[in-house]
Design a protein around this ligand. Structure first.
Ligand code: TEU
Ligand code: CA
Length: 554
């Protein structure tokens, strides 16, 4: 396999609105990000992905873009952005922007022009259909609830939106639209960006001609996913995009790729794939039901192991997955993947190491390195996220009480990941001098960067050690390129695997509160990382404490 500059990198996702506020307006901003670049560099981060900071009405927190060539004044100026790219470069770091081109905002100029003249050039940038009284063009339900069809203001048409009605879908079948997208990507790459994270990309190819599918809920609608499952030929668009943009700049691209069809992985991230990498969402989607969050199954340690292992085995050496514990759309990983009641410093470190040592490119989401946890919501009024509010409604409609519905939303809400970054024990966790746009998690007094920097046993310092190990020239080849192979796969509440390259490493996590004995296949040469002070071995048998994790060279 041809080596690429991103293979051995460590990436970090910033949610700009909640990362660091430099001017006291309660909203994180680009100058705030610049002020924390040294923090990220010290941690060992190479690639920084920013969730959208383009001009946006923020109907979906910036995933509704009204100008692809600008920076929202809330987040700063284009000069700030240029400075961020330059400051990152000085530190050998790369900035990724978020590429949101399945849809734009209904406040984008293209959409405004489509409303003025639906038969003109910009009408063809969207999916428009003739409006028929009392009838929708199709019965598809949008991701955020309700029909995907909405009246095009001032016309006799309706437009398609698979997400919120303020996010009209762009018509990728139209070559003129595609040209606009490529022009924009190249404009940013010319500025010296390292690349892009590519949003919701599986939605750009629709199944034509549009038709109804069997309803899957009482609202008579069916999930838009039924249509996407029938769509063929996304590869044509993605190849064209790659060749016209990323490839020319040797840029890194990581796709938000959901539910690709069996056998499609090599096309996406293989040697000549559409993207450099794609996120592994297998644990994030585990147990989710078509009915809604209220019907989801909790994930157990065995399930988590199986999700990771299946994804690793499927990808093999085809390419590199982007491994995540959480992102801005997910609850905090430590609150989901660690059995309830067992979330503690040791178990957080165990989860971190088990995920981080998988083959692929590790992506850390802001605050994950501190062990940030879900929020104790006490009322639905505290929830901002549109998808959580819809899921609350769905849960109530299914007969849950307000209290039960709130519990469901609290478990899965995207706001869990969107509360301000916890920098210190100062007011509002040191995120802002003003009033934060979203409430700070009350646990910031103990879980915060300043306190953890001073504590050698903190989650933060454990992340630092893991990253340092990945960058240790003795081990880089094995950790980056070494093959993944399960160890004692059938053993309950044990998640263990080899990484086999120049060296052989064994990663072992005792995924339970109880102690557990593990007999090593050969003797241990060296303990590279341990989340406990002790390492108790007799012969080749290790006695592992609750939630102990070990990275061994054997
Ligand atoms: O998410 C795409 C996606 O598939 C979402 O439906 C996801 O499953 C949902 O957020 C769970 O509640 C991307 C972005 O990451 C997300 O923040 C945006 O809301 C969405 O696209 C629309 O741009
Ligand atoms: Ca600000």
């Amino acid at each position: 396999m041809e080596k690429k500059w991103w293979h051995d990198k460590v990436a970090y996702q910033i949610y700009p609105k909640s990362f660091c506020d430099s001017n006291g307006d309660g909203i994180g901003d680009i100058p705030g990000i610049i002020s924390k670049l040294d923090y990220l560099k010290d941690l060992g981060v190479d690639i920084v992905w920013l969730s959208p900071c383009y001009p946006s009405p923020l109907a979906d927190q910036g995933y509704d873009i009204s100008d692809y060539y600008g920076i929202d004044p809330r987040f700063g100026t284009m000069e700030d952005m240029d400075r961020l790219i330059a400051e990152a470069k000085k530190r050998d770091m790369y900035i990724l922007m978020d590429l949101v081109v399945n849809h734009c905002s209904d406040e984008h100029e293209w959409f405004q022009k489509a409303c003025e003249d639906p038969d003109g050039k910009y009408g063809h940038f969207f999916y428009l259909r003739e409006k028929e009284e009392g009838k929708r063009p199709t019965n598809w339900r949008s991701y955020f609830g309700g029909s995907v069809w909405e009246d095009l203001p001032g016309t006799n048409r309706q437009y398609l939106h698979v997400f919120h009605k303020k996010q009209p879908d762009l018509n990728w079948e139209n070559p003129e639209l595609r040209e606009e997208v490529y022009k924009n990507i190249n404009w940013w790459l010319e500025k010296g960006l390292g690349g892009f994270r590519i949003d919701a990309i599986m939605n750009i190819k629709k199944a034509h001609p549009f038709h109804d599918y069997a309803p899957d809920r009482e609202d008579g609608l069916c999930s838009v996913k039924a249509m996407l499952a029938e769509a063929e030929g996304i590869g044509g668009f993605l190849e064209e995009m790659r060749d016209r943009t990323f490839r020319k700049y040797d840029a890194f691209s990581v796709g938000e790729v959901f539910s690709e069809k069996p056998g499609e992985l090599p096309g996406f991230i293989g040697e000549n794939g559409y993207f450099s990498s794609a996120f592994d969402f297998s644990a994030a989607v585990f147990g989710k039901s078509g009915k809604g969050w209220y019907d989801a199954d909790l994930i157990t340690p065995e399930d988590y192991k199986n999700c990771c292992f299946q994804a690793q085995e499927e990808v093999g050496c085809i390419g590199f997955l982007a491994n995540i514990i959480e992102n801005h759309d997910q609850p905090r990983g430590v609150s989901c993947y660690i059995p309830q009641g067992d979330c503690c410093v040791a178990s957080k470190k165990m989860l971190a190491a088990l995920n981080f040592m998988l083959r692929g490119i590790p992506f850390i989401y802001q605050g994950q390195e501190l062990g940030m946890e879900n929020v104790p919501f006490s009322s639905i009024e505290e929830v901002d996220d549109i998808s959580s509010l819809e899921e609350y409604r769905v849960a109530l409609a299914a007969g849950l009480s307000c209290g039960e519905a709130l519990k469901v939303v609290a478990r899965y809400s995207r706001d869990n990941a969107r509360t301000p970054m916890q920098w210190s024990d100062k007011p509002h966790a040191g995120f802002t001098d003003g009033t934060p746009w979203l409430r700070v998690n009350p646990n910031y007094k103990t879980i915060n960067a300043a306190a953890e920097q001073d504590d050698p046993d903190s989650v933060l310092n454990f992340y630092g050690r893991m990253i340092a190990l990945r960058k240790d020239p003795e081990y880089t080849e094995t950790i980056v390129y070494g093959a993944f192979e399960p160890f004692l796969r059938e053993r309950r509440n044990l998640m263990a695997y080899y990484r086999k390259g120049e060296k052989t490493l064994l990663v072992i996590g005792n995924y339970q509160r109880k102690e557990q004995e593990v007999t090593l296949p050969v003797s241990c040469k060296k303990v590279l990382l341990n989340n406990y002070p002790e390492f108790s071995i007799l012969g080749n048998t290790v006695r592992m404490r609750g939630y102990q994790v070990l990275i061994l060279e054997i």
